[in-house]
Ligand binder design. Structure first.
Ligand SMILES: [Zn+2]
Length: 69
């Protein structure tokens, strides 16, 4: 069953476990004073492949991707 409240974000991120770019699931991790921190999880092996902080207000293309952790 698909969860209807999921956002349609068909982003591809490189997954270390799968060894290739995989479709990821975006999850809101926590809300920061200046934005929101999202965690990206591989839909295949369910391992975290990175995180991104989305600034609130301005749609700046600032993205911080961290592998591992
Ligand atoms: Zn994977």
């Amino acid at each position: 069953m698909e969860q209807s409240f999921d956002q349609f974000n068909a982003a591809l991120l490189y997954c270390n476990k799968c060894g290739r770019a995989m479709p990821v699931r975006q999850r809101l991790l926590l809300v920061l004073p200046d934005g929101e921190l999202y965690d990206y999880t591989c839909q295949t092996c369910h391992s975290s492949v990175g995180s991104k902080t989305e600034r609130a207000g301005s749609q700046a293309s600032t993205s911080k991707t961290r592998i591992g952790g």
